[in-house]
Design a binder for this molecule. Structure first.
Ligand code: ADP
Ligand code: ASP
Ligand code: MG
Length: 593
């Protein structure tokens, strides 16, 4: 008999009527011959209310007690849901995370799932029950209640679907599915019929709050097809899967991370150990860092800037200040009023001229980009918060996300028997080692590229657009782009290109340097790009640190860095490529799958 998991978010169980309506959906699936597991979130804004209550009592409530408190929200809703099913004449049993046996580590308020017992659920299902599981919670080895982080019920749902090898995992929410951007921010956003896991991972971690990004990590690891749909209608919704219908557009979605802060470090030595020491401290402080860029000057020092969530800025500053001082550098001014605007799309990896379109559109809208980073399937620009909304609207329109027929054709997805067998094997292994533990798929060296850097680029809107317009017109395929932050010193723009296009790129860059009066030009005709790919690399803050540690021990200096959910890339000197590859393979040997 096939098994389906149906998850209902807070708004979908906000009152008695909505609980009954969710219960009817589960009963309908049951009548259609499925075994049904419901995963339920706390009612409405209940979790927010509990957080508020805690803050009225204490400025810094102990994390263990927060979990004790927050887990009650879900306990209320599972019990009410079971009553609702019972009132409809069907059998139901509600279970808390600990009753199911969702074992997590002990990091309260952001625990990771290690193991899920399936016996009790399976036997209740076999007895004809609809099983109602509390989302967002688990239990650690000392029987303490833990929670998975805000929005974590999605992760419970996909994890249960994975271990039980459910036929479907349906996420019922207050929107029709995954949109090109948050429809509450841009009403012109459109539904996306199918989204690839990697795209959804990026979108979720860049601000598309519709799915908890860790739930997508599970989906990808265990090949769970996830359907996001409205609890208010029978519309098909969106499918998140390992493939996506081919789209003509290079960009699939755009996202806004509104509350970011930029941290700047000035004048630290440009040697391998620097970046390692800084990131070790950041990982210890458990801050999630993004948009890491460095600006190397002729005197052997570097400026490093990166972004962190705004509410972690102060803590980050305090954590870093002593390390930076010991390194002989100083902390630059933190800017707490910045936002990150990103576009994401699988199509980008194979098309030329996506980045320059984004930069041109923003320049035309008079938005200035303080920093830029790109990875294979995303481009992020840091902008002033008061320009963020217009920046999002601009890029959304530029890539045609607000127009065109919305593809709502139902798309059925049948995993092949082969993937099911693989999933069983992976589940078995991960149940033993920790379901959410780090998985590294691959470590590769690309030594076919060159780097060009324009230094001292004047700080006016439109220059990045001009550079990459020119590069695209010349048919040059740009891979990584990094624009550093500049205040009193002008910005650097670095990009990597195929080595055979190095001469052409240098020509273009030389002309631009003269035309726009940039300070200088530096380049390497052969670089090595080292890529660690896996799942959840950014949420496992330690990955970048492990990379820097290994590279430091091998005495290899890092020129460029970019991070995404599925990859961390670093660029080093071309002659050090093989040595870099070797040390990274050794460093991650135990996490390779
Ligand atoms: P639930 O309580 O069901 O888990 P959430 O509030 O966590 O619901 O997620 C649904 C919300 O996510 C939507 O109301 C929408 O405003 C927001 N959202 C953000 N980005 C997107 C996106 N790209 N597509 C759809 N919804 C999005
Ligand atoms: N109730 C929790 C929250 O509000 C978990 C969830 O809804 O997914 O964050
Ligand atoms: Mg949610």
């Amino acid at each position: 008999m096939s098994l389906v998991v149906q998850k209902f978010g807070g708004t979908s169980v906000a009152d008695g009527e909505k609980i009954l309506s969710a219960a009817r959906k589960a009963v309908r699936a049951h009548q259609n011959g499925h075994q049904v597991i419901m995963v339920v979130s706390a009612m409405g804004k209940n979790t927010d209310m509990l957080v508020q209550m805690a803050s009225e009592i204490s400025e810094a409530p102990p994390a263990r007690e927060m979990d004790m408190l927050l887990s009650t929200g879900e306990q209320v809703s599972v019990a009410l849901m079971a009553m609702a099913i019972d009132s409809l004449g069907y059998q139901a049993v509600s279970l808390t995370g600990s009753q199911i046996g969702i074992k997590t580590d002990s990091s309260h308020t952001k625990a990771r799932i290690q193991h899920i017992s399936t016996e009790r659920i399976l036997s209740l299902l076999d007895q004809g029950n609809i099983v109602i599981a509390a989302g967002f919670q688990g239990i650690d080895e000392n029987l303490n209640i833990t929670t998975l982080g805000r929005g974590g019920s999605d992760t419970t749902a996909v994890a249960l679907a994975a271990v039980l090898q459910a036929e479907a995992c349906e996420i019922y929410t207050d929107v029709d599915g995954v949109y090109t951007t948050d429809p509450r921010i841009l009403p012109e956003a459109r539904l996306i019929a199918t989204v690839n896991y990697d795209e959804m991972l990026e979108l979720a971690s860049l601000g598309a709050g519709v799915m908890h990004s860790r739930s997508i990590e599970f989906g990808k690891k265990f090949n769970v097809a996830i359907r996001v749909r409205s609890s208010l209608s029978d519309a098909f919704g969106s499918l998140i899967i390992d493939q996506a219908q081919t789209r003509e557009l290079p960009v699939s979605g755009a996202a806004l991370t509104p509350d970011e802060a930029r941290i700047s470090i000035r004048d630290v030595p440009d040697v391998p150990g620097t970046i390692y020491q800084l990131f070790l401290r950041l990982a210890e402080a458990k801050v999630t860092v993004d948009m890491i860029v460095q600006n190397v000057s002729d005197d052997g020092t570097a400026d490093i800037s990166f972004t962190v969530p705004r509410d972690e800025a102060e803590e980050t500053f305090q954590a870093l200040a002593p390390v930076v001082q010991a390194l002989g550098g100083r902390m630059g001014k933190t800017d707490p009023d910045v936002s990150k605007v990103s576009v994401v799309g699988m199509g980008m990896a194979t098309q030329v001229g996506v980045a320059n379109r984004m930069f041109r559109a923003l320049a035309n809208a008079n938005v200035s980009m303080q920093m830029i980073t790109t990875s294979e399937i995303k481009i992020s620009a840091l902008v002033r918060r008061d320009q963020a909304l217009s920046a999002l609207r601009t890029v959304h329109a530029e890539f045609g996300l607000d127009t065109g027929a919305t593809d709502t054709t139902s798309f059925s997805y049948e995993p092949t028997p082969q993937t099911q067998i693989d999933a069983a094997d992976v589940i078995d292994r991960l149940q033993k080692t920790g379901m959410e533990s780090l998985v590294i798929d691959d470590i590769v060296l690309d030594d076919t590229q060159a780097r060009v850097t324009l230094t001292g680029v004047p700080n006016e809107p439109g220059i990045a657009a001009a550079v990459f317009d020119r590069v695209a017109t010349n048919g040059i395929f740009v891979d990584m782009i990094v624009q550093s932050y500049a205040d009193d010193r002008n910005a650097d723009i670095s990009f990597t290109v195929p080595a055979e296009q190095f001469d052409a790129s240098l020509d273009v860059a030389t002309k631009i340097q003269q035309e726009f009066e940039c300070d200088g030009l530096n380049y390497k005709s052969q670089i090595a790009k080292l890529t660690v790919s896996g799942i959840g690399l950014r949420s496992h803050t330690g990955v970048a640190v492990e990379m820097f540690k290994a590279l430091n021990e091998a005495n290899i200096n890092v020129d460029m860095i970019n991070t995404s959910e599925v990859r961390v890339n670093v660029v080093v000197d071309g002659v050090q490529g093989q040595a870099g590859l070797k040390c990274l393979r050794e460093q991650f040997a135990s996490a390779m799958r």
